[in-house]
Design a protein around this ligand. Structure first.
Ligand code: ASP
Length: 383
């Protein structure tokens, strides 16, 4: 009896200590080291199913995903119905066909999928010549005993599976790459003695159609963009899946892989809880396993938005809250739980254009853009 009492006392003490020091026990920096987010709740989680969410660049295609969910289709197929449209779109230069290339002018794609109902995953990285890496990631999941295939092996696997090869560089992304090279090296522009010599990059664009791209090209040369689509879908039964697909960081060193294809970073789904994903500077996300962090925070009861803010807390902690360095990049997290509650948070409330970041939500009625919560209520994110 005495033993039992002592044990109970010990347990009660331990539980009390856990409650009081829970943040420390979970490896979190004490609150005093990390400031609270500057902004109040901006994105309101609704509780409804089916729901499909994505980064803002998916908004025009969420109807396609919702149609899959409403017809009783699979949740991963719903998410793929959205992102493959963006992969196919030459105008989106952050994903698939038309994505900005690596430093050698080669478009190199990364993608991951997670299927909540069967608890499986697939991913590919550094894939050339195949415009839908998200579907290749699904094939890795369905057709192989592996989870992650990269580079030349991933391309050959895709070809074996019947994916068509194509040149993924559009005229616009090729010219942007050449403009970047011209900025990086005088060798890649007509010499001073040439009648073709021009001082400004925009002047190197020779036709009126190309001139129309000048502002965009100057922007992506000055601030090498990241860009991606993450999409998460939950059906009426509460099954959930997700995918993330990207061309990664523009002008990257060949072989550089960001967070998008990394299970646990750019994407994580647990069918018991929900899913999380990310866009933005992948290096920062990999270091904190953001997708996994978000799901674990939701498992512990945090709202999707607060789970995203917790992931941002960890990114901020890695820089000891040094805003002068944090303002050099942007990163946004997205979360959806299996009840249909959703949220998103960006490191900086506003982008360089001074406008707030958004994510896209289809609640079964219509697709719309919803403002992301901002960790810092300021403009930031040079790239
Ligand atoms: N996260 C992607 C990467 O780092 C790019 C992005 O989302 O902007 O490759």
């Amino acid at each position: 009896m005495i033993e039992w009492t002592r044990r109970r006392f010990f347990l009660a003490t331990a539980i009390g200590a856990c409650a009081a020091g829970g943040r420390r026990l979970f490896g979190k920096t004490p609150a005093r080291d990390v400031p609270p987010p500057d902004s109040a709740l901006q994105n309101v989680a609704t509780k409804a199913r089916p729901i499909i969410i994505s980064s803002a660049n998916g908004v025009a295609h969420l109807d396609d995903g919702m149609a899959v969910l409403k017809s009783g289709g699979d949740t991963l197929d719903a998410a793929l119905a959205v992102v493959t449209k963006v992969e196919d779109d030459p105008e989106d230069d952050s994903v698939g066909y038309g994505g900005l290339p690596n430093e050698e002018g080669v478009v190199e794609l990364d993608a991951s999928v997670m299927h909540g109902p069967t608890r499986r995953a697939g991913a590919v990285a550094s894939v050339h010549n195949i415009k839908n890496p998200s579907l290749v990631a699904k094939a890795v999941m369905n057709k192989t005993n592996h989870v992650f295939i990269v580079g030349e092996g991933a391309r050959r696997f895709a070809v074996d599976e019947g994916f068509q090869e194509m040149n993924l560089l559009t005229d616009r992304s090729r010219l942007a790459w050449l403009a970047w090279k011209a900025t990086s090296s005088e060798n890649w522009r007509p010499g001073l003695d040439s009648p073709e010599w021009k001082e400004k990059i925009a002047e190197l664009l020779d036709t009126p159609e190309r001139q129309a791209w000048a502002a965009h090209i100057e922007q992506v040369v000055a601030y090498p963009p990241t860009g991606t689509i993450n999409c998460l879908a939950v059906n009426a039964k509460g099954e959930i899946s997700g995918t993330t697909t990207t061309s990664g960081l523009a002008w990257k060193i060949p072989g550089r892989v960001g967070d998008s294809p990394v299970i646990g970073a750019g994407l994580f789904v647990d069918g018991d809880v929900g899913g999380g994903g990310s866009t933005g500077r992948g290096e920062e996300n990999i270091k904190i396993s953001g997708g996994h962090t978000i799901v674990e925070m939701m498992r512990q009861g945090k709202s999707p938005k607060d789970a995203c803010l917790e992931a941002l807390d960890r990114v901020v902690r890695n820089y000891a809250i040094d805003k002068s360095r944090l303002k050099k990049f942007h990163i946004t997290f997205y979360a959806l739980n299996k009840d249909g509650e959703h949220g998103s948070a960006s490191l900086w409330a506003k982008g360089l254009d001074g406008k707030p970041h958004h994510y896209a939500v289809h609640d079964g009625v219509k697709a719309q853009l919803v403002e992301c919560a901002g960790y810092f209520d300021a403009v930031g994110g040079d790239y």
